[in-house]
Each structure stands twice: as structure tokens, then as C-alpha cells.
Design a protein. Structure first.
Length: 292
């Protein structure tokens, strides 16, 4: 009998914490009179561009994560391998314009950065630098304004290739075309090519390798130390795809590779900060919405 009583007492004690947790909470103390939250009028930034902006390979996700207020809606629509021509042809530009038309924001800004793939020789990508490329940019600017939003043009992020100790900024001529379009259309300009090239020059061929998605090979480091970077590895050779960890987990793959174009987390943070600072200068109305 004593044993049974002791067991019953133990069960009661064990169940006591659960019983306490199961009880409904009491009223909050010192509650203020009920009021309605003030309506918000947030800002919106839409980022349109190529892989140097896209999630996982570009700077724009770090910009949205670290350099805007939490009340600002920041949407990264950067897509790998896109040019001013292919971004429109595949329908991505229509998606961006639909986002720009959404009402309810104090103001919507569309940041536009292309050139890496316009410079390509691939049939669905390339554009003529002095005719088609600027014409495509002007059309983007016009359509953003027609949608009720504000366009902001960005010159392309620099590549990080060196020759004889000097940065090979092959995108400078394309950047000049962007500057001309910004001046002609009176669109704000973020000269990312200029600011990113200054950072990469200061870092030099070796230290700028730390901005990439993956680690360089020993021979690539040795060449950089000598002042001239090796040509980028073939895409298949450089691939470092994510491997699914479980049978039921995510199946998509984000390919990371070492090259002189795309950026990992460190590079994304470096260049996102440049964009935030330059955007604040180019668009004073956004200063209160941006975080250094």
C-alpha cells in the first residue's frame, strides 16, 4: 500500500509542471488602452540585373540583408547569364515591371545593372555596345517611369583580372555607355564599376581573390602573386555544386566556383556597402531608408 501511494505521489509531482504549462495565461498587467497601429508607407527597391547581382553569386542579396531598413521592401530579381536583351526576351523584365506597378509604397526604385553578358558572344545574350545596349537601357528607363517608379542606372561590377600588376577593367567602355544614358535620361547613376575597380586595385591581384565564391587553386594564386591572373577555368572544371543533405530536403543546387567575376559572402558584403553609400548620394530621398 505504501509503495502504491508513493508511486501515485511521484506521478502527480511529475505531471504538475505540465499542468501548470497547460493553464491559460492570465491577463497582461498594466495594459494600455487599445489603439490602432499607424498606417505605414514603406519604400520599395527592385534590383534588376545579371549574376553579379543575383542571389548566391552577386552583391544584391547582401544589400537587401544589411543595407536597408526593415520596413523597406527589397526585391532581388537579378538573374545569372542575362543581358539587356535576354532579360527582356525571357519575360523577367515584365515581372520586374509588374512589381514596379504595385501600389501602396511611398516610392519604388528600380536599380538596373547590366553589361557582363551584353559583352558575351553567345547568341541569345550579346548586344552591340554603342547602339543596342544603350537603346535597351533607355527603354528600361522609360518603361520604369511609365510604371510609376524611379529608375536608377548602375555601371557593371568590375571583374578582378590583372595583367602585369594592373587591373584589366574590360567593362569600362560599357560603363561609359551607361553613364551617357544616365546623363541623357537624367536618371540617377551609381558608378559601381568605378568604385569597385578602386577597391580591387587597392586589394591587388592576390587579396582580391578572397572576394570570389570559392578558393583559388595554388597555380592561380602563384600567377596572381606574379602580377598576372590566369584565365578563368572552364565552367565545368570550376563547379562546386551544393549537395543535398537529406532525401526530403531541398534539391536545387547553387553552383559555387572560383572566378574573377562572381562574389561570395565577403565580396557581396564589400560591394553591397559601396552600392548603399553611392545610392544614398545619388538618390537623397533614399538616405533615410539606407543603412551604412
Amino acid at each position: 500500500m505504501k509503495i502504491r501511494t508513493a508511486m501515485l505521489a511521484a506521478l502527480v509531482l511529475a505531471a504538475a509542471p505540465a499542468a501548470v504549462l497547460a493553464q491559460p495565461p492570465g491577463p497582461q498587467k498594466d495594459r494600455e488602452p487599445r489603439t490602432d497601429a499607424a498606417p505605414i508607407k514603406p519604400y520599395k527597391i527592385i534590383l534588376v540585373g545579371d549574376s553579379t547581382m543575383a542571389p548566391g553569386s552577386g552583391w544584391a542579396s547582401a544589400f537587401c540583408d544589411y543595407h536597408v531598413k526593415s520596413s523597406l521592401n527589397c526585391l532581388n530579381l537579378g538573374r545569372g547569364g542575362r543581358s539587356t536583351r535576354s532579360y527582356r526576351a525571357e519575360g523577367s523584365w515584365d515581372i520586374a515591371l509588374n512589381e514596379a506597378r504595385v501600389k501602396g509604397y511611398a516610392a519604388t526604385y528600380v536599380l538596373i545593372q547590366f553589361a557582363h553578358n551584353d559583352q558575351s558572344s553567345k547568341g541569345e545574350r550579346w548586344t552591340d555596345m554603342t547602339t543596342e545596349f544603350p537603346a535597351n537601357l533607355k527603354r528600361f528607363v522609360e518603361e520604369v517611369r511609365a510604371a510609376g517608379a524611379e529608375p536608377v542606372l548602375l555601371t557593371p561590377l568590375t571583374r578582378r583580372e590583372f595583367a602585369s600588376g594592373q587591373l584589366k577593367n574590360t567593362l569600362e567602355p560599357w560603363s561609359e555607355e551607361v553613364r551617357k544614358v544616365a546623363a541623357e535620361t537624367k536618371a540617377p547613376l551609381v558608378d559601381l564599376n568605378k568604385s569597385s575597380a578602386a577597391v580591387v586595385r587597392k586589394l591587388g591581384a592576390v587579396d582580391s581573390m578572397k572576394l570570389a565564391q570559392a578558393e583559388p587553386l595554388e597555380n592561380e594564386v602563384a600567377a596572381a602573386k606574379a602580377g598576372t591572373t590566369l584565365p578563368p577555368r572552364a565552367a565545368e572544371e570550376a563547379r562546386q555544386p551544393d549537395v543535398p543533405t537529406t532525401e526530403t530536403g531541398p534539391r536545387g543546387q547553387l553552383v559555387r566556383k572560383f572566378d574573377y567575376t562572381h562574389v561570395g559572402e565577403t565580396g557581396a558584403r564589400v560591394f553591397a556597402r559601396l552600392v548603399a553609400n553611392d545610392l544614398a548620394a545619388a538618390v537623397p530621398a533614399l538616405r533615410s531608408q539606407l543603412v551604412p
